[in-house]
Design a protein around this ligand. Structure first.
Ligand SMILES: C[S@@+](CC[C@H](N)C(=O)[O-])C[C@H]1O[C@@H](n2cnc3c(N)ncnc32)[C@H](O)[C@@H]1O
Length: 511
């Protein structure tokens, strides 16, 4: 029915669905969520396992179950699971509507990303019943869905595309016709001035370059229903479930929409109505909601002392000269270039230490103590560092996690990437790091990962990849092979390999 065999879904990890993330958000709001290092996780509509298989790879002590309707996707997931020799994950072909819930047992975390809005009502209702029946009493669920009213703007595009393909039966022909129509709309809208035309141009322009499977499954599938937040909550209540929070915590803070929006939100004493208004303010198109049993009442008075019991992981690079003598704002930078201002000296030193420890997570309490013991900072009682670390977490600049890690990833003389990374590189699927992030990979990066098999030393890798570039069998983005001399080419290749090995090491890809 969904044509995933004809137009396969690109496998992808979603960091916001990871049990580490769900656990910490649950705890923040007073739910004693299960240790994500030893838990049972169920994913509904698990496709080919792009989300679940990397979790199973990095978390051998946990148990994972994926349920997927389309046999071809289940077969692809199972093939990778067997290739990797994973014994902590089961991939089952089944329908959410009819799956034997008792046989599944209970789960600490249940995930459904990209499913809820895209299934008929009876399956949606079965899905919510399944959450109720299969979540442990302290379990946390994750459901993403298209959000009203923001998604209606995109719904205009869907309506046009559905009309255009209405008489075509074959899914590939439907997609091709839709792609042609998207081109036509871009041309047609380009010369128009109205604000609606400009908005539509932006949407169609985006679709011109978007992944084809996204275009098909988001815009051409028979089901795509968006929900007003208050309607979603009504459905939860009908099924004995409760809302915990949004995975993007920042969206719940009204001040990001301006003073007037904040003042208005403060006058709304009902949490559901307040969240619904926030969706109006930010034209939200997608929600990623965390849920729990109705018997649990999330406590929204956040106690920052929780930081004393949890760990933190951060890639924020400190500035070259760290000022720790006094409270002075300085910019810390994420690998993609986004900058975040940090003022408190203790927070700055913590971040510096975390940057060097990455990808490992360190416990906040002992990290704090270590900074105080080893620096000349006169720490005056106060919890400024807690506020700064917490607000960086809310803005998505760092991650809070349940426990510390002691991951060993090193660049050895004969570097070896783990089997998951090599399989993902071979299949041109997103390379997934330890913290479930996607590592962007051009063709050179993918080629290098596949060669990291513990057989070649770095010298040999440089020689062979230089030769392959010279022979035109490989390409290095931004490099013109015709104008560069052989010695310079080799230096470029060596620099790139060294840079990438550092990156792979920091992402936990090397054994
Ligand atoms: C849009 S895809 C999302 C896939 C994946 N969760 C992701 O976000 O990348 C929806 C998935 O749900 C599956 N699905 C749809 N209806 C289902 C049902 N009744 N039971 C199980 N899986 C279903 C589809 O086959 C498809 O793989």
């Amino acid at each position: 029915m969904y044509h995933y065999d004809a137009i396969p879904y690109t496998p992808q990890p979603f960091a916001q669905t990871h049990p580490q993330q769900l656990a910490i958000l649950g705890r923040l709001f007073g739910i004693a969520s299960t240790d994500p290092g030893r838990c049972r996780v169920l994913e509904l509509g698990a496709a080919t396992g792009g989300n679940l298989i990397p979790m199973a790879w990095y978390y051998p002590q946990c148990e994972f179950v994926g349920i997927e309707l389309e046999p071809s996707q289940v077969a692809a997931g199972q093939a990778l699971i067997e290739e990797l020799g994973l014994t902590n994950i089961r991939f089952l072909q089944g329908d959410i509507l009819t799956v034997d819930v008792l046989a599944l047992g209970k789960f600490d975390y249940i995930i459904a990303h990209g499913v809820f809005s895209w299934i008929p009502e009876n399956v949606r209702d079965a899905m919510l019943r399944l959450y109720k029946q299969c979540l442990q009493p302290n379990g946390i669920g994750y459901i993403s869905y298209n959000a009203s009213p923001g998604w209606h703007a995109r719904g205009m595009v869907r309506e046009m595309l559905l009309y255009h393909i209405r008489d075509i039966k074959d899914p590939v022909a439907q997609l091709n016709a839709a792609l042609e129509f998207i081109d036509l709309m871009v041309d047609t809208l380009t010369s128009q001035e109205s604000s609606l035309a400009r908005y539509l141009l932006e949407e169609f322009h985006y679709l011109q370059h978007a992944n084809h499977s996204y275009v098909f499954h988001e815009f051409l599938e028979p089901y795509n229903h968006s929900y007003l937040f208050s309607d979603f909550i009504y459905l939860l209540e009908q099924n004995g479930l409760n809302f915990v929070c949004e995975s993007q915590l920042a969206s719940m803070f009204a001040q990001r929409y301006g003073d007037r929006a904040e003042a208005f939100a403060d006058t709304v004493d009902d949490g559901v109505r307040r969240e619904t208004y926030l969706d109006f303010f930010n034209q939200r198109t997608l929600r990623e909601s965390l849920i729990c049993h109705a018997e649990l009442q999330p406590d929204y008075a956040i106690d920052l002392d929780l930081l004393q019991q949890i760990s933190v992981v951060s890639q924020l690079a400190p500035p070259q000269h760290l000022e720790t003598g006094k409270a002075k704002a300085q910019l810390f930078t994420l690998p993609g270039g986004r900058k975040y201002s940090v003022t408190d000296p203790v927070a700055k030193l913590m971040l510096k230490r975390l940057y060097h420890a990455y990808p490992n997570a360190l416990p906040c309490a002992s990290l704090f103590q270590e900074i105080i013991d080893n620096s000349t900072i006169r720490y005056e009682q106060g919890d400024e560092w807690q506020h700064e670390i917490f607000s960086l977490f809310v803005s998505g600049a760092l991650q809070l996690v349940a426990s510390p890690t002691s991951l060993e990833s090193a660049i050895k003389s004969r570097p070896q990437a783990h089997a998951l990374a090599r399989a993902q590189a071979r299949d041109k699927h997103p390379i997934t790091g330890y913290w479930h992030d996607v590592i962007d990979g051009d063709s050179f990066t993918l080629a290098l990962i596949q060669r990291l098999d513990n057989m070649s030393d770095i010298e040999h890798l440089v020689d062979s990849m230089t030769q392959e570039l010279a022979d035109g069998k490989l390409c290095l983005p931004g490099l013109n092979i015709k104008t560069i001399n052989p010695a310079k080419l080799r230096v470029q290749v060596e620099n790139n390999i060294q840079r990438l090995l550092q990156l792979f090491c920091r992402q936990g890809l090397l054994l």
